[in-house]
Design a protein around this ligand. Structure first.
Ligand SMILES: O=C(O)COP(=O)(O)O
Ligand SMILES: [Mg+2]
Length: 225
């Protein structure tokens, strides 16, 4: 059988990155002479990519400044350091290592541009990731466009594929891409989990390998070999 494939969202699923995004947002606000926002507030801006985050942040803090939205988006990218204040969720690296050792092929599908996404994955020990589709991978497409999921999955062969994410956008992406969806409850979703109709939910990444096997239709403990 072809190797099973696990496609993972990044922010709020593999890494807790809200503090690093919030730090860039607050540095931008400081340059504009505006007061900072809390990480909890910043989490409500996450889900549709960095450009939308900046738009929502500025709308929250008084509207687009004279410099213009595009200039602020560019400045945000310059200020953003994906490795500062980011951490892997407990057990996330171990869960993916375990699946990779069983023969799974693993990719990432994120709204974050590819360069900072690869940087933070390498910095936090996700060396089993083989493919990545980012916000700048498919021209004009962000999740929930299923071309994003296809771009992450295609380099990994043609085995059964499962998508794991944390947000409403991820649930829609999985539906559009016709993949079973596993929902991590500790990320940045904006509403109740039930409304997203996941195949399964988990609160700690220790649970992920068994849920991924079940969602891919594999026997418990079975790998690709
Ligand atoms: O950038 C965002 O808004 C969300 O990023 P993600 O797709 O990695 O969760
Ligand atoms: Mg996410």
């Amino acid at each position: 059988m072809s190797a099973p494939r696990l496609i993972c969202d990044l922010d709020g699923t593999l890494i807790d990155s809200a503090a690093s995004l919030c730090a860039a947002g607050n540095a931008l606000l400081a340059e504009l002479g505006r007061p900072p926002v809390t990480v909890e507030t910043y989490k409500t801006f996450i889900g549709k990519g960095m450009d939308v985050q900046v738009e929502r942040l500025l709308a929250h803090s008084g509207g687009a400044p004279e410099a213009g939205l595009e200039a602020c988006r560019r400045r945000f990218r310059e200020l953003y350091d994906p490795t500062a204040h980011s951490r892997a969720y407990p057990g996330a690296v171990a869960a993916l290592r375990r699946l990779a050792a069983e023969g799974w092929r693993i990719g990432v599908c994120t709204q974050k541009p590819q360069a900072p996404a690869w940087r933070v994955l390498r910095a936090l020990g996700f060396d089993m990731i083989e493919s990545l589709a980012g916000g700048d991978s498919v021209p004009g497409a962000l999740k929930p466009d299923p071309r994003m999921l296809a771009a992450a999955a295609a380099p990994l062969g043609d085995g059964p594929a499962v998508y794991v994410g944390d947000s409403e956008t991820d649930a829609e992406t999985a539906r559009a891409g016709d993949m079973p969806f596993l929902l991590f409850l500790g990320g940045y979703r904006h509403g109740p989990a039930e409304a997203m109709h996941p195949a399964a939910v988990f609160a700690h990444h220790d649970a992920l390998p068994a849920l991924a096997r079940a969602a891919a239709g594999l026997a418990p403990g079975a790998g690709a070999a």
